[in-house]
Design a protein around this ligand. Structure first.
Ligand code: ZN
Length: 143
């Protein structure tokens, strides 16, 4: 892992929290989109060399809805950008790291994503994310 791509932050409402990030902290919003595979709406904020990803649950199920219910709003995951997600997943598995899924899922901006189980990572939910380079509103920003 060489580069943190973004930090995921669970919020109850993007509409209500975005003002804080833009007006108060002075960050700019790069894009907002729905990520159906994770049952969330996400907003990406430009924080210099990394991005912040606000995650708002859609509906009452899904990983982020469950997270907020149990732990409240706050830091949800840290995402590493990787060039070849399948190779990296296989390497980690070989080293005994538990992954939350066998195959990468489609994430924001058309990226392929996979999560490492916090039990294998000393309490931190890590995401691997590989930018596809094809389509997706965030492409220009995420590369
Ligand atoms: Zn993420």
């Amino acid at each position: 892992m060489k580069k943190v791509d973004h930090i995921g932050i669970a919020v109850k409402s993007i509409d209500r929290s975005l003002d804080y990030y833009i007006q108060t902290l002075g960050l700019s919003c790069l894009a907002i989109e729905e990520v159906k595979s994770q049952k969330v709406r996400v907003a990406f904020l430009d924080a210099g060399n990394i991005k912040l990803e606000l995650l708002e649950p859609i509906g009452e199920e899904g990983p982020v809805a469950t997270f907020i219910e149990k732990r409240g709003e706050g830091i949800h995951h840290i995402a590493f950008g990787v060039p070849d997600i399948r190779t990296r997943m296989a390497e980690l598995k070989e080293k005994g790291v538990q992954l939350l899924q066998e195959e990468p899922k489609l994430g924001a901006g058309g990226a392929e994503v996979a999560f490492l189980h916090p039990k294998s990572s000393f309490g931190v939910l890590y995401e691997l994310c590989e930018k596809s380079g094809k389509g997706g509103v965030l492409n220009g920003y995420l590369r």
